[in-house]
Design a protein around this ligand. Structure first.
Ligand SMILES: [Zn+2]
Ligand SMILES: [Zn+2]
Length: 174
């Protein structure tokens, strides 16, 4: 959703609050699509902080359907966003760097969806686990080891080490 900030840029000390619903139900990350299972309305506050300058504060929280990296169990991960940006009116003089930093501004309009997408990406977890001590999946039979031990001999020896062991055993027999 786009918010026109013309009034905020031109009216000293004005503060306006907006509540918006993030319309998307899915989030794309690394070529994968994640369902948004829960979302709070997005609260946005726009404040004038000088001639042609505004501050944007935002808060919201989303829950995504993910999978445990070790055992593939379904996990719901909440990501809470709290952001603050200072933006300038397009009439104000800006360096190239400043323009780039507020690339989510489309002229006088603040692109809330673009900011929220970027903020989610920045907070995206590097690792998703159902619990810190998740035991993962048995490499032999595929059993979820959190449900109990399957009894497989999951020790897969390095073939080079196995050879040394053979030699060792052979010598012992002599
Ligand atoms: Zn797990
Ligand atoms: Zn097993």
């Amino acid at each position: 959703m786009l918010y026109n900030l013309t009034d905020v840029f031109t009216s000293p000390d004005i503060t306006t609050e907006q509540v918006m619903d993030f319309t998307r139900d899915e989030y794309e990350c690394d070529g994968q699509s994640y369902e948004i299972v829960k979302k709070e309305p997005v609260h946005l506050v726009f404040s004038n902080i000088g001639k042609g300058k505004a501050k944007v504060n935002g808060h919201c929280a989303f829950s995504f359907a993910m999978q445990c990296d070790r055992c593939l169990k379904d996990v719901t991960t909440e990501i809470e966003l709290d952001f603050e940006y200072e933006v300038k009116s397009p009439e104000t003089e800006m360096t190239e760097e400043e323009k780039e930093e507020q690339s989510f501004m489309k002229g006088y309009q603040f692109d809330a969806d673009e900011v929220i997408n970027n903020e989610i990406l920045m907070k995206w977890p590097m690792k998703v686990l159902c619990s810190d001590d998740c035991k993962g999946i048995c490499p032999v039979c595929g059993n979820n080891l959190n449900d109990g031990d399957c009894g497989c001999d999951s020790f897969v020896p390095d073939p080079r080490l196995a050879k040394i062991k053979d030699i060792f055993n052979a010598n012992k027999e002599v």
